[in-house]
Design a protein around this ligand. Structure first.
Ligand code: GLN
Length: 242
């Protein structure tokens, strides 16, 4: 971060923003402002270049065709790689997560190269779509409470050796590989299948992104009553028998 200003980049709202994933940008922005930070939020449409000077980049989910278009444009643009090399934080959801991997199956049934920022490969699941509420335990190294989210994807994501599972599901499918893993991360690059929006349901993940951006171990506490109410409601809903 420079000039005490947090630069928050929301990538391709015109292509990747299903299930209110835009809420992730709102939550990060608000929680940064509540800590007195000056926030410059940049919503970068798919016909615009990705800035390399962002601190936190957010990417949402999307349907199969917009997902392919987004991958093509991000590859051509190339700037997200540079931003990560500069230490930027990237938090991606569903289609955005698949795009950060080495490859995924596109809407034409072909293998589409991703950005290779996460050591994961996504294929098309042979079974039913993974749809529903999810509960998962986040990697204890990250020091975060239970993950709650909503998933809706056909893709199944396999982790390579340098990707750590972000979480392990207790309810739901997550990566869909049958091994219970959900999402992946490596350093400052994160991927999850969770919508919700996931940062509204799990505001301490937003705080983790802020702590990484600010290079601090703790942030001033804020009143999380409303988030807690939402979390508790969704956790109870996930636990209802199907
Ligand atoms: N198109 C991808 C899939 O079905 C991602 C879906 C999404 O982002 N919700 O796997």
């Amino acid at each position: 971060m420079s000039d005490n200003q947090l630069r928050l980049v929301w990538i391709y709202p015109d292509l990747l923003s299903t299930y209110g994933d835009q809420g992730n940008a709102l939550v990060v922005e608000r929680r940064a402002r509540q800590r007195g930070l000056d926030v410059a939020r940049l919503d970068v449409r798919s016909d615009q270049p990705i800035p390399t000077s962002g601190d936190i980049y957010l990417i949402g989910g999307g349907e199969d065709r917009p997902q392919r278009l987004a991958a093509e444009r991000l590859r051509r643009d190339g700037h997200l790689h540079r931003a990560v090399e500069n230490g930027a934080i990237v938090f991606s959801v569903c289609a955005g997560y698949q795009i950060l991997g080495h490859e995924f199956i596109n809407d034409l049934g072909q293998r589409e190269p991703g950005l290779g920022l996460l050591d994961v490969v996504s294929v098309r699941g042979e079974g039913e779509r993974c749809v529903g509420d999810v509960l998962a335990d986040i990697d204890p190294q990250l020091g975060l409470p239970q993950l709650t989210g909503f998933e809706n994807h056909q893709g199944v994501t396999h982790l390579g050796p340098t990707a750590r599972p972000f979480a392990r599901v207790t309810i739901g499918k997550g990566n869909g590989t049958g091994d219970g893993t959900e999402g992946a991360y490596n350093g400052t690059v994160f991927g999850t299948y969770m919508h919700g929006p996931v940062l509204a349901r799990n505001p301490l993940i937003a705080d983790l992104l802020l702590k990484l951006a600010l290079d601090v171990n703790a942030l001033p506490p804020i009143d999380d009553r409303w988030y807690e109410a939402l979390r508790n409601e969704r956790i109870a809903a996930a636990q209802q028998p199907a």
